[in-house]
Ligand binder design. Sequence first.
Ligand code: ADP
Length: 260
Amino acid sequence: TQIMSRGLPKQKPIEGVKQVIVVASGKGGVGKSTTAVNLALALAANDSSKAVGLLVDVYGPSIPKMMNLKGSPELSQDNLVRPLLNYGIASMSMGFLVEETAPVIWRGLLVMSAIDKLLRQVDWGQLDYLVVDMPPGTGDVQLSVSQNIPISGAVIVSTPQDIALMDAHKGAEMFRKVHVPVLGLVQNMNVFQCLKCKNKTHIFGADGARKLAQTLDLYVLGDIPLHLSIREASDKGQPVVSSQPESEEAQAYLRIAVEV
Ligand code: ADP
């Protein structure tokens, strides 16, 4: 966790924020947001002296639900938006700025200015880590974030499936091009254990992320099983790391946070 931000000259740090960790994936639906939420909680749980923030959801407001955040943020005296607090994490999301059911179809410049607002016009206070849940892929948003703020490192989430790994590969290359250190890969949904017969199945393939990590000379930060409680807990707004910290699933996230 001791990597210092390596800012390019153009990059301006976010006031009060020591380290920005982005959670990225090549493809959608691989568990990036779930990982970002549980990683933020795990960073705070592993060291109670650390203040952690979470910035999420540029395209779709799902984090307010995952983090069980209610209400709208207020403005501080100097007109900055105050993040909402739950489970000890300061969260800011596009979801706070739009109706829960409204689709966010902001594109191009609008998205860029929204991101800038989400990053800079927020009263983050003093944070040791700001975990940013990036949109999937390697588009303008990812580039813009990487070029505008100094990022300590990127965590890339992938399932062990070839198609997800191919996109994760592209993601890793993009970060390298813009000089963002890739902290490593998280292999999500690597194994499913039947709750009844205890049989283990590698639904999306086995160890694909390890092979990719070898090819790219990257580290695998850890594996997360495909588990009913991870999905259920997220849907209830009680992520496993906060609601079931002793469970094997939560422990997997807590171990990853140590590696980050
Ligand atoms: P992404 O951000 O990559 O689009 P999400 O984090 O939204 O993906 O996850 C997609 C779906 O898969 C969600 O319903 C989430 O609850 C579920 N999910 C993610 N990781 C796991 C896991 N390890 N076990 C079970 N369900 C998971």
